[in-house]
Design a protein around this ligand. Structure first.
Ligand SMILES: *Cc1c(COP(=O)(O)O)cnc(C)c1O
Length: 349
């Protein structure tokens, strides 16, 4: 179906532009020259702010995107003959084109199902204990996505229960934090409470989806695992020579508190949309709207009707259905238009 309206963007949080705080710092960083490859003042300052925010002396690295952050950090957590346990809907399994396997030289991903996009201790244990012979890729890592691919969040208790099973089987814990800020807001928790305090070894914290032009931070709480990581990132083509232009916008988020405000706003917009959609007869929400994504099951003609009105959204992500994602600049006006168009589309079914 072709669109007869100009596009309106609710497909992902990366359709939004750069938030003002990040842009302000980007321009500030452009005012004077500085050293390359992360030896500049902005990168050092941003790493220090992360250590303050997380209240932990972690090792911090910056890369361009989330696939690299996940792939390279997972590669650092095990050997090529190890395996990584993740949910069957995990981005590392479904959306990274084999990057984690490639950068680890062959580590296999072992997937588990689980309600609401979440791994469970039982599911993890089942994969670990299924085999113990030399022909099975030895489980070494559990990867958790926070918030999950279907817009839910792991509570602290759920994270602790996963850490307990990880300890039992000597597994390391990796967190894909593409929407980590949204999870902190959803749970009204501090970054520390959702990471090292519940035994996360490494966090990939997305700035892109929070309002940066680009850039992800990788935080190693288990600093032994960060040994030689800088070389790994360089070899993979992820060492930015003008790293200050990734770090400075990050600093804009961290020093102004925008990282949390942006996520708070995105979550509030998703709740607003979720409540509106729940009120439409014939629409049914597929998952609790804990963070900034709304998954809703809609009849095919309604989906086509929305597309014809210019709405951009995906229907192949997670468990199917339509996915709408809110971001730092989503407005209630936009969502009211979406709801009105959905109502009209239902009337025309
Ligand atoms: C967006 C996203 C990423 C990162 O994707 P890139 O396009 O590589 O930056 C990672 N994990 C999840 C769950 C995501 O939604």
């Amino acid at each position: 179906m072709t669109s007869d309206c100009s596009p309106r963007f609710v497909a992902s949080d990366n359709t939004s532009g750069i938030c003002p705080e990040a842009l302000d710092y980007l321009i500030q960083a452009n005012a004077s020259d500085d050293l390359a490859y992360g030896n500049d003042v902005w990168t050092h300052r941003a790493a220090d702010r992360f250590r303050e925010l997380f209240d932990y002396d972690c090792d911090v690295f910056f890369v361009f995107n989330g696939t690299a952050a996940n792939s390279l950090s997972l590669a650092a957590l095990g050997q090529s003959y190890h395996s990584v346990i993740c949910h069957e809907l995990a981005h590392i399994e479904t959306d990274e084109c084999g990057g984690p396997e490639f950068f680890s030289n062959g580590s296999k991903l072992l997937t588990s199902s689980g309600e609401d996009g979440k791994l469970t201790p039982k599911g993890i244990e089942r994969l670990v204990t299924r085999r113990s012979d030399i022909h099975y890729p030895k489980p070494r890592v559990v990867s958790i996505t926070q918030a999950t691919e279907v817009g839910t969040v792991y509570t602290r208790e759920e994270l602790l229960a996963i850490r307990t099973v990880a300890d039992k089987y000597d597994l390391r814990v990796h967190m894909d934090g593409a929407r980590f800020a949204n999870a902190c807001c959803a749970l009204d928790a501090s970054p520390a409470e959702l990471t090292w305090q519940v035994g996360v070894d490494v966090l990939c914290f997305s700035g892109t989806k929070n309002g940066l032009p680009m850039g992800e931070a990788i935080l190693f709480f288990n600093r032994d695992l960060a040994e030689d990581f800088a070389y790994r990132a360089k070899q993979a083509g992820q060492l930015a020579s003008k790293m200050r232009f990734i770090a400075a916008p990050w600093l804009g988020l961290l020093e102004s508190g925008a990282w949390r405000r942006n996520a708070e706003h995105a979550n509030a917009m998703a709740r607003y949309l979720s409540e509106g959609l729940a009120g439409l007869p014939g629409a049914s929400l597929m998952f609790p709207t804990d963070a900034n994504s709304v998954f809703v099951s809609l009849p095919e003609p309604v989906i086509a009707g929305l597309r014809a009105r210019g709405w951009t959204f995906y229907t192949f992500i997670g468990a199917g259905g339509a996915r709408f994602v809110c971001s730092w600049n989503t407005t209630t006006e936009l969502l009211d238009q979406l709801l009105a168009d959905a109502r009209t589309a239902f009337e025309n079914v």
